[in-house]
Write a protein that binds this ligand. Structure first.
Ligand code: CMP
Length: 137
């Protein structure tokens, strides 16, 4: 079925000027960019976005990292795009992500408290709806 997902180019991806490359890969796979904006997120938006991780050891470093600079929020549509983008992104740990994926090709561990892993992608239809509502009006 046609789905929509939220992709975020995280502050490390924007700072490393990978936004274009990430959008290129999304489009090369055949998915459609239907909306896009650059945002400097506020803490409250990140707390809602990462509500499920509250209390985990990496939560505070994660929010602090996401506040470091602007993110690019992208509404992406396509058949099975929620799963499909997560395959394009690669696994959470960029050291272990397979080459050929965004995280595998451009990410690695930098010895920091948080996984700086370049992109976020919604993990289910429910999260996608919730997250798209949070990042797009
Ligand atoms: P993402 O899966 O997009 O959303 C949660 C984020 O938390 C994840 O990307 C990483 O950036 C970060 N994260 C998840 N697990 C860990 C971990 N074990 N240690 C540090 N950061 C993590």
């Amino acid at each position: 079925a046609v789905e929509e997902t939220l992709v975020l180019v995280k502050p490390d991806g924007v700072a490393r000027k990978l936004s274009g490359e990430i959008i290129r890969r999304i489009e090369a796979k055949g998915y459609s960019v239907v909306d896009l904006r650059m945002v400097q997120p506020e803490r409250s938006r990140l707390e809602q976005h990462y509500a499920e991780h509250q209390g985990k050891p990496f939560y505070e470093p994660l929010v602090a990292f996401m506040l470091e600079g602007p993110v690019v929020a992208i509404r992406v549509a396509g058949d099975r795009v929620i799963e499909g983008f997560r395959v394009l992104a690669g696994t959470t740990d960029p050291t272990l992500a397979a080459p050929g994926t965004i995280r595998g090709d451009f990410g690695r561990d930098w010895g920091l408290a948080v996984q700086q892993n370049l992109v976020h992608g919604s993990d289910s239809v429910e999260s996608a709806q919730r997250e798209l509502g949070l990042w797009f009006d």
